[in-house]
Write a protein that binds this ligand. Structure first.
Ligand code: NAD
Length: 249
């Protein structure tokens, strides 16, 4: 059963080869959606869109730039005639301790993860409200819920906690207009953000905290995004869904 037939989805940060955004784009496309991949590099975004097959587009968009977000959203609307789904997935992390966070570190991490989520949401909500339908899926993190992890510094936890608050406020404000907003909180997922930086000791430590005793796959997160984006979740808004192998039990 195709869950997204006739729908158009914007997914930010979806050009990363092993990333959550790309896996989500692939699953959405398999379910019939037309995809717009937004990422920093135009060529990478286009290549990622082409990999999905015919009828998808890739655009350069730095989500920290409000004008760029608005222009990209407009281009998607001009191309496909509609935007039904926005997945705010673009994110960066920095493995810093509290006292090592310089103002520029704080700005960079808050800008991409939190400001970018606001700007992209603002860029599609008027259109979604006009059509009385829309689903926004914001990618937060288990780091928001438990105050850090191996990769994310306190500023990352703060940014991702901010995403949770922003999601609930968006959901509350937009519910009367038929627009839903939900957050996904991935735990430890094997992607480029986490890959290649782990010693055996770190890996052992991480797995000890995961009842399912394995790292998550990008496809685990994509499945959750698919549910929230689709009409199966028609009465789900303002929620935060954990995809973490039981890490918070
Ligand atoms: P990734 O590094 O593989 O991909 C992130 C993508 O975001 C890249 O393609 C990058 O180019 C893009 N990006 C960075 N800054 C951008 C900007 N200013 N504008 C547009 N695009 C930008 O990371 P990932 O592991 O796939 O993570 C995806 C999301 O999931 C992030 O928000 C991350 O914080 C979150 N997350 C990941 C994990 C994990 O374990 N991998 C866990 C919890 C949350």
């Amino acid at each position: 059963m195709n869950l997204l037939d006739g729908k158009t989805a914007i997914i930010t940060g979806a050009a990363s080869p092993r990333g959550l955004g790309k896996a989500t784009a692939k699953l959405f496309a398999e379910h019939g959606a037309r995809i717009a991949i937004l990422d920093l590099d135009a060529a990478a975004a286009k290549a990622a869109a082409e990999e999905l097959g015919e009828g998808h587009i890739g655009l350069a968009c730095n989500v920290t730039d409000k004008a760029a977000c608005e222009a990209a959203a407009q281009e998607v609307i001009d191309t496909f005639g509609q935007v039904d789904i926005l997945v705010n997935n673009a994110g960066i992390t920095q493995p810093l301790k509290l006292m090592d966070i310089a103002p520029e570190n704080y700005d960079a991490v808050l800008d991409v993860n939190l400001r970018g989520t606001l700007y992209m949401s603002q860029s599609v909500i008027p259109h979604m409200r006009g059509r009385k339908t829309g689903s926004i899926v914001n990618i937060s993190s288990v780091s928001a819920q438990r105050g850090g992890g191996i990769f994310g510094g306190p500023h990352y936890s703060a940014a991702k906690a901010g995403v949770l608050g922003l999601t609930k406020a968006t959901a509350r404000e937009c519910a009367p207009d038929g627009v839903r907003a939900n957050a996904v909180c991935p735990g430890f997922i094997a992607t480029d953000i986490t890959g290649g930086k782990l010693t055996d000791e770190m890996m052992e430590q991480i797995l000890a905290g995961i009842p399912m005793a394995r790292a998550g796959e990008a496809s685990d997160v994509a499945g959750c995004c698919l549910f929230l984006a689709s009409d199966l979740a028609a009465y789900v808004t303002g929620s935060e869904v954990d995809v973490n192998g039981g890490s918070l039990i």
